[in-house]
Design a binder for this molecule. Structure first.
Ligand SMILES: C[S@@+](CC[C@H](N)C(=O)[O-])C[C@H]1O[C@@H](n2cnc3c(N)ncnc32)[C@H](O)[C@@H]1O
Length: 260
């Protein structure tokens, strides 16, 4: 596979019992598109609370290198617009072409606050491990829902904590050592639910922490760490953070809603 990742670590990324759809994808392919914890596991889990049907038009917001957009097109037969800010559209488009979904997935370079789309042009908006970068301002949900048709669905998986940093009074040291102030955007489920519901623009249809999210994240970091010395160095702080945390604070928040 050319990545130098050990078979053992990659094998750990196939978990057919828990994530049967994700396990159909080559772990080496997925690790090669790494930008954060296993995005297919997060999406497969989140999608259990969404009603995605063939032919729907779906925005994958913060789609990164495109693994989730490939998954959406293949697994649910939807038409995907893959919008991302850091990754050039040509790079994502090459991933889609190689995966054989170029006819169903369009790559767009877009900043989440100035989206180049018509109002009410999507049946669903999905965002995996990206909302924490742009979606916590009070005005963001009201801005974003304008792109959903009435009744359209929103689904987000984002790093979340079991307690608000504000309530703790500080970012726990083992988390601060790795992600610094960024952890103030890792809100609790209760925070997200209130933030969305108080707008009266959406009905929250589910809000839960991913079961054993920190262990999934750890498996992923360990597999990525085996890509080589640089990857090992980059991933070790994350491994240490998760090991020390043991699920006390760190998780992933999965939240879905429908536009009224
Ligand atoms: C941790 S990566 C996750 C990428 C992908 N969803 C995945 O899980 O592999 C976060 C993504 O959020 C995107 N992002 C961050 N800030 C953004 C913004 N202001 N507008 C659009 N995308 C943004 C980045 O470009 C990046 O690809």
């Amino acid at each position: 596979m050319g990545l130098g990742v050990s078979v053992t670590a990659l094998d750990d990324l196939a978990r057919p019992g828990r994530y049967p759809r994700s396990s159909g994808y080559d772990p080496a392919w997925l690790v090669g598109l790494d930008m954060g914890p296993n995005p297919l596991w997060l999406l497969e889990d989140l999608a259990a609370n969404l009603d995605l049907r063939p032919g729907m038009r779906v925005l994958d917001l913060g789609s990164g290198k495109g693994a989730t957009s490939v998954f959406l097109a293949r697994e649910y037969g939807v038409e995907v617009v893959a919008a991302d800010w850091w990754i050039p559209a040509e790079d994502a488009a090459a991933v889609f072409a190689q995966a054989g979904v170029a006819d169903r997935v369009t790559a767009v370079r877009a900043e989440a606050h100035v989206l180049p789309f018509e109002p009410e042009s999507f049946d669903a908006i999905v965002s995996i491990d990206a909302f924490e970068y742009f979606g916590t301002a009070d005005g963001y949900l009201p801005y974003l829902v304008r792109f959903l048709r009435p009744g359209g669905q929103l689904g987000m998986a984002t790093p979340g904590m079991t307690r608000e940093v504000r309530e703790l009074g500080a970012i726990p040291d083992h988390i601060k050592a790795v992600v610094g102030w960024e952890a103030i955007a890792w809100h609790t489920l209760q925070w997200w639910r209130f933030q969305w519901e108080v707008t009266e623009l959406v009905d929250v249809t589910s809000a839960r922490l991913q079961e054993d999210a920190w262990q999934d994240w750890l498996l992923w970091a360990r597999a990525c760490a085996e890509q080589g010395p640089d990857a090992a160095k980059a991933n070790q702080p994350v491994i240490d953070m998760l090991t020390q945390d043991g699920g006390e604070y760190l998780s992933f928040a999965l939240v879905t809603a429908r536009r009224r």
